[in-house]
Design a protein around this ligand. Structure first.
Ligand code: NAG
Ligand code: NAG
Ligand code: NAG
Ligand code: NAG
Ligand code: NAG
Ligand code: NAG
Ligand code: CU
Length: 580
């Protein structure tokens, strides 16, 4: 894998010679996994960063949102792109969908409707994978609020999908979702989670931001930048046809087994809030940048091309960090969020590019998936300094430290990741602990229990592991010798570093800078065991969920590389009542 196909090379050659006619060119209908025809060459930084619509949902009344088929211009020089999008009507639906504004501790009610009337999905759907497969056709969807504490009927369980024709999956009960909002104030996001087609539904546009702000009885810290200086940035990558359509492979790596499925989808065009490489004007002062990686598979490693600027990270998936950390790069895997401050006064009157140097796949990297176009994300145009603006300094301590968790009696779950190949060595599937989605439920935590989950990564790729319902915290990570383990020369299960015959090559080490804080998604590196502490309780109400978390179809844990999740790298979770 990895060498560019001759077809792709030819297209580059053609594109170079007839650049002015680029948009009149004809697209190749056959798109092979990993050798997609390059997108048209587009000038970066010509589109303004779109302002996202906001909808308050903290007033106790139900808000109705639908999924619609829309046309959206992703770039000045590109014809409109057909997308699936969330909104309150077909006319107002957009990618990203509207930003939903909730308040911590205040329930909100959203009815999620499906108004996509296509008989077939606009992107290729591989019917050999596990998938919703509605008998009457249509595009199944079910919306998941990523990072939320909510009952399982409102969690977007994959089998709770529904189509515009009213057909639905076996665990479907309602379109009317209730969000408890008992998670800490944080930036969550909603996105489709339909069984086996999440990768094509999210790539088509079905995602949006969901902000939970602190309740008014816990005032906003004075050092928070004002609303006007807060940007929500959804990062994605797409491959596009000359006619503007999304290019998703229709010939897979192992076509005899999976005609269309590819192990990871990487696009050469970077999209922020629905525009390719946008720009934004900023004042020479401190901004709060809240990043979300909503890509299928690409890990972004972000940096600013002005050495005077530093990211001050203040939060992650589940809310504020205990202490801020100063960083020159941010590593952001699919579904992760980073909340940070950047003081643009140190770059007044200049233009600053937000770069990406993340290897794709991460961390090994194949240059074919990181063409020069993927090195830039967006541009900040910083105004000249006219008057002195004094932004409040960030305190060293952002919030009270979390109480220490006693893991003495914690149940330890040893969970491992494998990638299986076909006879020719082409990727076939990715599994969790050797189980497929349909195997019996093995993760049945007791309500209120504290557990240690060990993600043992036997693959060459990093996997962003996501657990629904709760936020967890990284405990440590520990390197091991994969070659020795693969050769059967050592043991990893139930061993410690001190055990003779162990595969570990070192003591447990501290979590990486991108693993700290309250997380719902954590990048589990190859050749490492990543240990996290999971507490099956609410972040409010003394740990008691405001709903019965043991009721309904349950929850899931999975890899957030969407192409993995759709091909069996997802498992059910069924909470059970405390046994005594
Ligand atoms: C765009 O081009 C692709 C590739 O040829 C084709 O499959 C698709 O139908 C076209 N889309 C539109 C809207 O014309
Ligand atoms: C769901 O919401 C719709 C629209 O508000 C309402 O008509 C319907 O009765 C609700 N269904 C249930 C089961 O609450
Ligand atoms: C960095 O800051 C220094 C001091 O304010 C300034 O002289 C220099 O031009 C800045 N560099 C850039 C690249 O903006
Ligand atoms: C950042 O992006 C710009 C614009 O594409 C590019 O010229 C520059 O080389 C990139 N820098 C890095 C470190 O990738
Ligand atoms: C060792 O670990 C495996 C995998 O988690 C588990 O099934 C088994 O029960 C463990 N054995 C012992 C002796 O703890
Ligand atoms: C997973 O299953 C494969 C095929 O059945 C087997 O060869 C392998 O040993 C299993 N891996 C583990 C860690 O149990
Ligand atoms: Cu994965």
């Amino acid at each position: 894998m990895g060498i560019m196909g001759t077809r792709a090379a030819l297209w580059i050659a053609v594109a170079l010679f007839v650049a002015p006619m680029v948009l009149a060119m004809i697209d190749d209908p056959v798109q092979v996994c990993q050798t997609l025809q390059p997108s048209p060459t587009l000038e970066p930084f010509v589109d303004k960063l779109p302002k996202l619509k906001q909808i308050r949902i903290d007033h106790g009344k139900q808000v109705v949102l639908g999924a619609y088929k829309i046309q959206q211009k992703l770039h000045r020089d590109l014809p409109p792109t057909t997308m699936y999008a969330y909104g309150t009507s077909a006319a107002t639906a957009s990618v990203p969908g509207p930003t939903l504004l909730a308040t911590s501790g205040v329930e909100s009610y959203v009815r999620w409707e499906n108004h996509i009337h296509d008989e077939y999905h606009m992107l290729p759907v591989d019917k050999t994978l596990m998938w919703a497969n509605p008998s009457k056709g249509g595009v199944p969807i079910v919306t998941h609020l990523h990072g939320a504490e909510c009952d399982s009927a409102s969690d977007g369980y994959p089998d709770s999908w529904h189509t515009a024709k009213g057909e639905h999956g076996p665990t479907f009960t309602t379109l009317n979702f209730t969000y408890a909002n008992t998670q800490s104030p944080a930036m969550l996001w909603y996105h489709d989670h339909a069984f086996g087609i999440t990768r094509v539904n999210v790539l088509s546009g079905l995602s949006g931001f969901y902000l939970t702000k602190a309740h008014s009885n816990s005032p906003k810290p004075s050092w928070f930048p004002k609303r006007k200086q807060e940007l929500h940035l959804m990062l994605q990558d797409k491959q596009l046809f000359y006619n503007g359509s999304i290019n998703f492979p229709n010939v897979g790596d192992s076509p005899a087994n999976h005609p269309q499925w590819c192990p990871e989808y990487f696009g050469d065009t970077i999209i922020v809030n629905g525009k390719a490489w946008p720009y934004v004007h900023v004042e020479p002062r401190t901004y709060r940048l809240r990043f979300l990686n909503a890509a299928n598979a690409r890990v972004f490693v972000l940096s600013l091309d002005n050495p005077n600027l530093t990211f001050t990270q203040i939060g992650t998936d589940g809310g504020l960090l205990e202490r801020a950390q100063s960083l020159k790069v941010l590593t952001l895997a699919p579904a992760e969020r980073i909340d940070c401050l950047v003081d643009f006064s140190h770059a007044a009157g200049t233009e600053v590019i937000l770069n990406n140097t993340g290897a794709a796949p991460y961390p090994s990297g194949d240059p074919a998936f990181s063409p020069p176009s993927t090195l830039a994300v967006m541009k900040f145009i910083v105004k000249k300094k006219t008057k002195k603006i004094r932004d409040a300094p960030v305190p060293a301590k952002l919030r009270a430290a979390d109480p220490l968790v006693n893991t003495g009696n914690a149940l330890v779950r040893q969970l491992f990741m494998v990638e299986n190949d076909d006879a020719d060595g082409n990727p076939l599937e990715s599994l969790l602990s050797n189980h497929t989605w349909h195997d019996e439920v093995t993760e049945k935590p007791e309500l209120g229990a504290t557990e240690i989950w060990e993600f043992i990564n036997f693959t060459p790729d990093a996997h962003p592991m996501h657990i629904h319902l709760i936020e967890f915290k990284a405990l440590n990570q520990q390197p091991f010798d994969l070659d020795k383990w693969t050769a059967g020369e050592c043991e990893i299960f139930n061993t410690t570093f001190a055990t003779p015959g162990t595969c570990f090559t070192g003591e447990p080490i501290a979590p990486s800078y991108n693993q700290i804080g309250l997380k719902d998604t954590i990048l589990s590196l190859p050749n490492h065991v990543t240990r996290v502490v999971v507490q099956w309780k609410s972040q409010q109400n003394n740990g008691k969920f405001t709903f019965d978390a043991t009721a309904g179809p349950g929850f899931v844990w999975h890899c957030h590389i969407l192409d993995h999740e759709d091909n069996d790298m997802m498992r059910p979770i069924k909470l059970v009542k405390k046994s005594r």
